[in-house]
Design a protein around this ligand. Sequence first.
Ligand code: RIB
Ligand code: CA
Length: 311
Amino acid sequence: MTRLIIDTDPGIDDAMALFAALASPELDVVGLTTVFGNVTVETATRNALTLLDVAGRADIPVAPGAAAPVAMDYRGAIPQIHGEDGLGDGGELVAPSRAALDITAAEFLCREAPGATLLAIGPLTNLALALRLRPDLDTLVEQVVVMGGNALGPGNATPAAEANMWNDPEAADVVFGARWPVTMVGLDVTHEVVLPGAGIDELTRRDTATARMLAQAVPLYRDFLAEVNGLDGIYLHDPSAVAYLLDPGLFRTERWPVRVETQGISRGKTWPSLGNTDDAAPAAWQGRPPVNVCVGVDAPAVLDLLRARLS
Ligand code: RIB
Ligand code: CA
């Protein structure tokens, strides 16, 4: 069983990822750490506590994290995608049954991450801050699975950058350059994992607390994607990172060192050094361990896996 900490900015697809992880016996979720991104960190923290209540897992601690990126102001929430409440504005959210921990996400990671796997499905600020607090942490963590980045294709937050990387490029560059094993589950594969409308209806019509929560949360995200991308369905960005943890064989990966752009109009773009080993890589990529970059996915199999876990 994998001891797992989820760093999250819930967020509608974060909620789906959390429910899929909690429904997977292979994963022992021992804590959530929250971060700004889709919503403010205050809202992310309230939503994390509420989602755990809905899933009947109020035993799992939540540590509140960063309210802003390490090197710039927080750009603000994206209510047009995730709602003012961060969970689709689809109805009243029951107040959390308990409070979050009184230690920060970075402190929680320093204490609990050794020997654990980190699933990072928001901006990477908390992980970078934890490394600053405990510089040997990257030698003690099993692995880091990141939903974020775009190795070979365009961004979604800007033409250049994916949202989680765009929200804190400096933190992301630190995380991709540290010594822990990192897998990048980026838009190159998550844009292939689309849950169609019929699949959404199937998931949300069940009479369970989690299905009712998703029935409340998903419509706004679905409508946004229909209107902006002409999509019939939703991208399962964060749940795809859970699928990687459950069955990495469903993904094709390359091992490339990755830098994250921190300047100019491409700020947040993840740049792999394609095909280069360390000494042959250009200077800016040298001395950085290769990242396990997902470049292909068996999307139907990932969808089947996630629908099974979410059902
Ligand atoms: O680009 C998609 C990512 O940004 C997902 O984690 C989504 O929740 C948003 O945080
Ligand atoms: Ca997220």
